[in-house]
Design a protein around this ligand. Sequence first.
Ligand code: XLS
Ligand code: NI
Ligand code: NI
Length: 446
Amino acid sequence: MKYYVGEKEFFPGITNIAYEGPSSDNPLAFKFYDPDRVIRGKTMRDHLRFSVAYWHSFCAAGDDPFGNSTLDHPWKGNDPLHTAMLKADACFEFATKASMDYYCFHDIDAAPEGLTIEETEENLNIVTQMLKERQNTTGVKLLWNTANMFSHPRYMNGAATNPDFHVLAYAASQVKAALESNVELDGENYVFWGGREGYSTLLNTDMKREQEHLARFLMTARDYGRSIGFTGTFLIEPKAMEPTKHQYDFDAATVIGFLKKWGLDKDFKLNIEANHATLANHTFAHDLQTAADEGLLGSVDANRGDPHNGWDTDQFPTNIYDTVDAMYIILKNGGLGTGGLNFDAKIRRNSTDPEDLFIAHIGGMDTFALGLIAADALLEQGILEDVLTKRYSSFDSDMGRRFTAGELTLSDLRNYAAAQGSPKQISGKQEMLENYLNQVIFTCLN
Ligand code: XLS
Ligand code: NI
Ligand code: NI
């Protein structure tokens, strides 16, 4: 059986990763992710919609500010387009073997940038056709693509928020081409991550004006996308800082306010990245819930930060508490719609064996799969939902209901309080609920 799609196999010795169950000692097997297992009427595969990220897995080579590349990617060709083709082969071989149904990419991850806009567009066109062919051969689909408007020096002062209109227009040329590529590839979403949309000092920045430009840019992009047949979801990915000191898309709440202010919330939802939520000093769950509460939870960049430092370490998610919380919110949200769980995560630079990329993804997939199993048990038992119903039940009483309906004045409230006397203490039972959560997780391990 042929396990790869192109002219060369890049991960020889690794065959399709199989589910072997929790007692398996094979590092190249799933312990909890059983793709066809049905939970709440849907397969795990359809709940989780896993995606591999082109940039971390097939482009980044382990260099950091202190050292050079450590990962010697074998997908190097005779020229940039040949390399692009081999890289695509590596991506689709990987996704197929790792049982991942989706991939995501930035324009320049997949296709080399040319010297002119025409050349860049042409390169992306050629690569898009290659990707399309590989999608058809393997069945792997495009979860989302995006335009990298932050790496090139021209974007050092931002893209859509650049004080120079010429740079903004250049950025628009990339978004136009990326949207065309998306439509050609039947992409299910299109992402805007803020890149360098933010600032370092107010001494040279008109924040209000820059954000007006950003809103207009997004409207213009949306209109073009819709006009060429993009029917998927536009996504904004909040991030608090990095690369700029103040990112405009700080967190879920900030982005929701922005989308509503500009009437963009009909077409745009949020792509919540775990490590970005923690950069904003929130939990992953907090930002997921904030988006879900507004009906704007679109997709997830699945990773984690390091609790002991404050930057975007983009590690693979291995913390079960994070994934149980996430999957509980996602299940209650009725799923992610067109979104999925994209591993915006990279292996550490000293993880240099080719199999390490598989092992890292297996870990993330298993942790989310177990999160799904536990979240299903939580919903099935209904205890947490009962806790909420009971905790707010006083607002279902006659007076509580009248208050929420806007029928009570401040004097009415005062008179009610005076008549009732001092409120009784009601315990929040946090430790009991934490113990219960542990009990459910421990039970799911068996
Ligand atoms: C960077 C972002 C980026 C987006 C796509 O921190 O997470 O990878 O997901 O541009
Ligand atoms: Ni991301
Ligand atoms: Ni990130």
